[in-house]
Design a protein around this ligand. Structure first.
Ligand code: COA
Length: 334
């Protein structure tokens, strides 16, 4: 928890969605489900799915290039690249290094972060702190996820929810017009609930065997109902807490950009936080839950379509496996 210093702001955003669109009608042919069930229980109509060979890093690089162009920053000016993702192209070396090479950000220090669906906000806050230290001026923060290889396409309880994509933001200090910049941030984690949303076979505990793959241990396992309840409570509390911390009212918030997991989760938060009603930017109908890419893609869309304008106060609020959660108040910088 920290009250942020002024003058560090998002000065450009970008996003990338794979070309292939998978509709609810497509899913009807794969599992026992219906467009009606998916739409009424989640709010999702379609999601984008990356091709075989199209990885998180290419998607993240595309979003990153767009964010740099928007900010008027050359790749050589980037001091720091932070990739938030739990699905990088490969685990060694880090995805951020691969992205550095793809975009030609030769001077950048690169590292990856993991905090599941909350990771973009964690990465943004990390970049802000590193910039606030005075050691760095310009960061490229990327949230990118290719969830499709980790989805059990036979499990109707999870396969209808997720999509692939990437979003990015340039974070800078030192420009005169930045106002309050990144105003305040809160984050929280609870590892005792890790088992409720996990990919149990992806990692070093066990050597990967054919049996793990047959058992779908490398797929997302989720207790949907439990996750739902925690997501509503944690995101509502985090939103209220960050406003209290900044001494700001809900009326001062122009737009809320929540993690895009489920329309009913977003509506439940809206019902708890009456003063924010009608301010939520939602795109999950078209893209589903893209984990760490959800918030940066939604922020970029909101900025490009004029929903978010320079000087607006934006409240982002996230929740993900871990559990992890957080909220940030940002004065929009471009
Ligand atoms: C997954 C989720 C949509 C399920 O919705 P729900 O209303 O909780 O549904 P339930 O899991 O209680 O299942 C109700 C019934 O619908 C069925 N069902 C589940 N998925 C279905 C689907 N795609 N199509 C048709 N029926 C489905 C279940 O099998 C169950 O049937 P049963 O009663 O005969 O056993 C919801 O729990 C959710 O969104 N949770 C949060 C997930 C999330 O956001 N995770 C990421 C957080 S970052």
């Amino acid at each position: 928890m920290s009250a942020n210093r002024p003058g560090i702001a998002i000065t450009g955003t970008g996003s990338y969605l794979p070309k292939r669109v998978m509709t609810n009608a497509d899913l009807e042919k794969m599992v026992d489900t219906s467009d009606e069930w998916i739409l009424s229980r989640t709010g999702i109509r379609e999601r984008h799915i990356a091709e075989e060979g199209e990885g998180v890093c290419a998607m993240g690089a595309a979003a990153g290039r767009q964010a740099l162009a928007q900010a008027g920053v050359a790749p050589e000016e980037v001091d720091l690249i932070v990739l938030g993702s739990f699905t990088p192209d490969i685990y060694l070396p880090s995805g951020s290094c691969l992205i550095q090479d793809m975009i030609g950000a030769k001077r950048a220090v690169c590292f990856d972060m993991a905090a599941a669906c909350s990771v973009f906000l964690y990465a943004l806050e990390t970049a802000r702190c590193m910039i606030a230290s005075g050691a760095y001026k310009t960061a490229l923060v990327i949230g990118a996820e290719k969830l499709s290889p980790f989805v059990d396409w036979d499990d109707r309880r999870t396969c209808v929810l997720f999509g692939d994509g990437a979003g990015a933001a340039v974070v800078q200090s030192g420009k005169e017009t930045m106002g309050r910049g990144m105003i305040a941030n809160v984050m929280g984690s609870d590892g005792s609930l890790a088992h409720l949303l996990t990919v149990p076979g992806m990692g070093s505990r066990h050597r990967l065997t054919a049996e793990h793959i047959l058992n779908k241990d490398v797929c997302i396992k989720m207790a949907g109902n439990e996750v739902f309840k925690h997501a509503v409570r944690c995101m509502s509390d985090a939103a209220q807490k960050v406003l209290d911390m900044a001494g700001m009212s809900m009326e001062e918030v122009a737009v809320v950009v929540p993690h895009q997991a489920n329309m009913r989760i977003i509506q439940a938060i809206e019902n708890r936080l009456e003063g924010l009603k009608g301010k939520f930017y939602v795109n999950l109908e078209r893209v589903g839950n893209m984990s760490g890419a959800s918030v940066p893609v939604a922020l970029d869309e909101a900025a490009r379509t004029g929903v978010v304008k320079k000087g607006d106060v934006v409240l982002t609020v996230v929740f993900g496996a871990g559990f992890t959660w957080g909220a940030s108040l940002l004065e929009w910088g471009y």
